[in-house]
Design a protein around this ligand. Structure first.
Ligand code: GTR
Length: 393
């Protein structure tokens, strides 16, 4: 082959590879405040940058939850059924949460499984967003999506609720259903008001409230897990409630763990998510439709608010819609927040091969082979990570 032809072939190959490996572009700087100051100390992070980022995500994306929604003394529990489960390996508790809000009362049920144990165990809370076959309110059915048997066998407790019991997952359902009207009348809502993802995250926190009352659960070691829209929920639950010691974002994609400032044409963008699911977000978010690559904040800055706690971001190879590479990048670009605490974030220089988890630091990333789903493989990586950080010691 002539030299020219070789150069041409190499360039063509590089271009091809370049196209196949998109890189983030013009990513908003995590460690620069809105006033343009560089953040180099933990004090600056905790006093200035983290609070301003939290306020920004509340105002512009997920909405602000009225303070009354978070008041612990408005919440009570009724454990209305206790029985042996899994051939005597666990106790199953059916619990009803009642919230007495300033504008009404709301309640929802959840199911918990606790291994038969003498010492308190760590736990995982799941917002169960797959309706059929996952969770029967009375029977507390296990499934591959929520592999209770494996979770119990590894020494963890777990609780799940049907997320749509907390607020409907339906365009046009409005905000006079679910937990919303107990907190405030719909007429008081504005462009910054909390929306459905925040209501589901609220329910995650109420289960954690209960776990704090349950002597067999070690409430200092509770992870919040969610898949897809549930993953977006888990992230917001972890950001709004610092009692969650671990956040597991499973295939959460657009407006979850996926970075927006990266061109992934097969992956969902903000315009698309807002067209189908406007009610997940506050109204202000609508101004970002079509601005994925030019907006002045991005999801890595949300993930950074989980520091110094544990964060797991998981993708699946065939899940183009969620944008696995964008999820990896957000985890990577969030990592400087952990470094301010003297910890390591995601320890990895490159996007991994499938099923080669990157779990060395306080941010874990794994890429499962297969489609968009929450599989036992994912659960086991979350439990590996918790084990690694001494949750069962
Ligand atoms: C899709 C949505 C995604 C993701 C997914 C899911 O239709 O576009 O953002 O949340 O649903 O929850 O399964």
């Amino acid at each position: 082959m002539k030299v020219k032809a070789i150069i041409f072939a190499t360039a063509a190959y590089a271009a091809m590879v370049g196209m196949a490996v998109p890189e983030p572009k013009n990513v908003p700087e995590l460690m620069t405040t809105s006033k343009g100051e560089k953040v180099t100390t933990l004090e600056q992070w905790e006093k200035i940058r983290a609070p301003e980022l939290f306020a920004l995500f509340e105002r512009e994306e997920y909405g602000r939850r009225p303070a009354a929604a978070n008041e612990r003394d408005r919440v009570s529990f009724d454990v209305y059924d206790v029985s042996e489960a899994l051939g005597g390996k666990a106790v199953r508790k059916l619990v009803r949460v009642t919230y007495k809000g300033p504008n009404g009362t709301f309640s929802f049920p959840f199911t918990a499984f606790i291994p038969k144990t003498k010492k308190p165990v760590p736990a995982f809370v799941l917002a169960a967003n797959i309706k059929r076959g996952i969770l029967d309110e009375k029977k507390g059915l296990s499934s591959v999506f929520w592999p209770v048997e494996e979770i119990i066998a590894r020494g963890y407790a777990t609780a799940a609720f049907r997320f749509d019991f907390a607020a409907a997952d339906k365009k046009g359902a409005g905000f006079s259903q679910g937990v919303f009207p107990a907190v405030q009348p719909e007429s008081e809502r504005d462009n910054e008001s909390w929306a459905t993802l925040s209501a589901w995250a609220w329910a995650d926190s109420r289960i954690l409230d209960w776990m704090e009352t349950e002597p067999l659960i070690d409430a200092k070691h509770v992870g919040v897990v969610g898949h897809s829209r549930g993953g977006k929920t888990a992230i917001w639950a972890g950001v709004t409630d610092k009692r969650f010691a671990m956040v597991c974002s499973n295939n959460s994609g657009c407006s979850g763990a996926k970075l927006n400032h990266i061109e992934l044409p097969k992956s969902e963008n903000i315009k698309q998510i807002l067209k189908n699911f406007p009610y997940w977000f506050c109204k202000n978010y609508r101004k970002y439709a079509g601005k994925d690559m030019s907006m002045d904040f991005d999801q890595h800055e949300l993930l950074a608010l989980i520091a110094p706690r544990l964060l797991c971001v998981a993708s699946a190879t065939d899940d183009y819609w969620a944008g696995p590479r964008g999820e990896w990048w957000a985890a990577k670009l969030a990592s400087p927040a952990w470094e301010l605490y003297g910890k390591k974030g995601l320890v990895a220089d490159a996007y991994p091969e499938p099923e080669k988890p990157q779990q060395e630091g306080c941010v874990s990333y794994h890429l499962r082979k297969g489609p968009h789903f929450l599989a036992p493989y994912d659960w086991n990586r979350y439990m590996d990570f918790a084990d690694r950080h001494g949750w069962r010691d």
